[in-house]
Ligand binder design. Structure first.
Ligand code: NFS
Ligand code: SF4
Length: 648
């Protein structure tokens, strides 16, 4: 590979160090894997039954059917909706753990956890028709928790949370027969329908993909966010910081990596106790420095301002600083290579989840009913490891960036609404008057197939330059933060004139950090609030907005993309696209599915072109709403403007 591996300087330094030390990291393994199988890349390899594996030749020279007769569209659509199933299952199973713990908290059986946001609990109680009256908070929480948990297995639907969507959207889902039932059922149905010889009509398969994805976005994921906010607090704007320069030479450095805040919240709490601080000192350290990677980083960053060490592709190189006493992992996006990378270092890789182990890692299982004890054991193990640091392994990198984090859908409401009345009115007005051209949601992973961080940054710079306000989550947020885009001053300077003006007035950056990937449900809620506020159409598909996952790699990204598309959103993916071997299916996903659900997919490997696709879509929506005309004011020269303003 000749292209740059990472846009980030610190990461680049450590990639070079890895090469020097002959430590194999993701980019090296990608090279070893290259060229990757074209059938797999294009989605037309089927290994669903033992008559296969079968491949369909996308260029028409080889076989066009699998042994069973399945064609390219069926094979690629089955593969695609299986990605939706796995991605939705991951988010939603995380949500299920949260719901289970929530119930234990309500019963008073999970010491360490508590109900922090009572207002949000009461709002959720109303969604679930739970009587409030003069019942105690714990009583209400217990009933909410049990009703929420039952949503995973809801057999008939509709899921309670889908009733938050704009009415028109709910009716459309009903008409199309994709109103989701519980995610457990939808995922099982995908596995059934994609078994050999069942559903073999690609549009019909994709419809089930939509239904399952909606069960995640408007079910499992949304409930994960809601219940986490109730237990750990709804994020409010705060200053945080990002990048590997935040690892401290004199402290015990613990990196929390993965996804579920159930564990990381407890590690945060425990590492702040005097007992643990003293323990760290007794091992020769100054104190304890906690930092995050991947979505766990977003969770603890937005609620506790714990620094973000990095995003997905920085997990291996973080170890190469020689400063990490323990990397504590739970589920999802954790590379199996970590123990191997750590082999020449003192870093301990600690797995903690009941469902996830790795060879070469130390397993300290985390139990929610003894959460503080589990967390203490983990933090102590990290402190014990401080004295094993090897001086010859130290490779300090310097640098970090500040950012503002924690824009939940509620805080956007409050911030933009000002002190009189929380409301989305000012946001809608600024969209209608054209100061804000539209909304872009930029989310998702890193992928070594494209220069780390670069696509996120280039795409978002182009969006904000064109006055599109950006909402971000997940590893994308990490990329953007490293470039200073989440900083009101440096980010604001990169925004177009009118967007900058709005941001300066409110005191926000042009890119709003909304949390982890599971919190993409916050973006759905924010978009819904825009619709309900009025003036921008009456469905999600009518507002001037578009989404993107430029550097995606995970099946979760496909699930998110599909629930956005099925919610009426235009979604652009970069790097690679998994159905190219099936042209008819691909045409349908890119141009055809929108006639049904209002949203559609696009693939664009160039960031500037990707941004332009999003902007063109936003402009088209503005035209349809009849709010495109006012923009012409921009074309007036200063003299005309002075005349008008003077005459007013
Ligand atoms: Ni999202 Fe979070 Fe990152 Fe991608 Fe992985 S951490 S759930 S999947 S890599 S953004
Ligand atoms: Fe081949 Fe059909 Fe079996 Fe797939 S399901 S492996 S296409 S025979």
């Amino acid at each position: 590979m000749s292209k740059k591996k990472s846009y980030d300087n610190l990461t680049t330094q450590l990639i070079d160090l890895a090469a020097e030390k002959k430590v194999s990291i993701a980019w090296d393994r990608l090279e070893e894997q290259s060229p990757q199988c074209g059938f797999g890349t294009m989605g037309v390899c089927c290994r669903i039954c033992a008559m296969g594996p079968c491949q369909v030749d996308p260029y028409g020279n080889g076989p066009q059917k699998g042994v069973c007769g399945a064609d390219a569209n069926t094979i690629a659509a089955r593969n695609f909706v299986r990605m939706v199933a796995a991605g939705g299952a991951s988010h939603s199973d995380h949500g299920r753990s949260v719901a289970e713990t929530f119930i234990e908290v309500a019963k008073g059986k999970a010491p360490g956890y508590s109900i922090q946001d009572e207002q949000k609990l009461l709002a959720l109680a109303m969604d679930f028709d739970v009587e409030i009256g003069d019942r105690s908070i714990n009583e209400i929480a217990l009933e909410v928790g049990e009703k929420a948990l039952a949503q995973w297995g809801e057999q008939h639907g509709p899921l309670v949370m889908t009733r938050r969507a704009p009415l028109k959207r709910q009716q459309l889902w009903d008409e199309l027969g994709i109103t989701p039932r519980g995610v457990d059922r939808e995922v099982v149905e995908i596995m059934h329908r994609t078994h050999m010889g069942v559903d073999q009509e690609y549009k019909h398969l994709i419809a089930q993909g939509s239904r399952a994805a909606l069960a995640d976005g408007w079910g499992g994921s949304m409930l994960a966010t809601e219940l986490q906010d109730i237990m750990f607090g709804t994020p409010v704007p705060a200053v945080g910081s990002v990048n590997l320069g935040l690892l401290e030479k004199d402290d015990v450095n613990i990196i929390v990596h993965g996804h579920e805040p159930l564990l990381s919240e407890m590690i945060v709490a425990v590492s702040m106790t005097d007992e643990m601080k003293e323990y760290a000192k007794s091992k020769g350290a100054r104190g304890i420095n906690l930092a995050g990677i991947c979505c766990t980083a977003n969770e603890v960053l937005m609620r506790h301002q714990i620094p973000m060490a990095g995003n997905f592709l920085q997990q291996e190189v973080a170890i190469l600083t020689g400063l990490v006493e323990a990397m504590v992992v739970d589920v999802q996006c954790i590379m199996q290579s970590l123990p191997e990378v750590a082999a020449g270092y003192h870093t301990e890789i600690i797995t903690t989840s009941k469902i996830a182990k790795m060879p070469g890692a130390k397993h300290i299982e985390f139990h929610e009913d003894q959460a503080l004890d589990s967390a203490k054991e983990i933090v102590k193990a990290a402190c014990d490891n401080f004295q094993n640091r090897k001086a010859e392994n130290l490779h300090l990198v310097e640098g970090s960036r500040d950012m503002v984090v924690g824009f939940s859908h509620e805080t956007i409401n409050y911030l933009l609404g000002g002190s009189y009345r929380a409301s989305y009115r000012p946001l809608n007005d600024n969209i209608i008057n054209g100061k804000i051209r539209g909304i872009g949601a930029v989310v998702g992973c890193n992928n070594p197939k494209s220069t780390h961080d670069e696509y996120h940054i280039a795409l978002v710079k182009e969006l904000i330059k064109n006055n599109v306000i950006v909402l971000t989550t997940g590893c994308a947020a990490g990329s953007l933060a490293k470039e200073g885009l989440l900083d009101p001053i440096s980010g604001g300077a990169m925004a177009g004139e009118t967007l900058r003006e709005v941001c300066e007035t409110v005191g926000i950056p042009p890119v709003l950090h909304m949390g982890a990937c599971v919190d993409n449900s916050r973006i759905l809620m924010a978009a819904t609030a825009v619709v309900k506020e009025g003036g921008l159409g009456d469905d999600l598909s009518e507002i001037p907005a578009a989404g993107a996952a430029p550097e995606w790699m995970s099946e979760k990204a496909i699930a998110i993309g599909q629930y956005c598309v099925a919610s009426g959103v235009y979604v652009v993916f970069g790097t690679t696209w998994p159905t190219h071997g099936a042209p008819e299916l691909t045409d349908y996903l890119f141009d055809g599915i929108d006639k049904e659900v209002g949203g559609k997919w696009a693939f664009e490997p160039d960031p500037i072109k990707g941004a332009q696709l999003m902007i063109a879509h936003i402009d088209e929506k503005r035209r349809a709403l009849g709010i495109d005309k006012k923009k012409e004011r921009v074309l007036m020269d200063m003299a005309m403007r002075r005349e008008i303003e003077g005459g007013a």
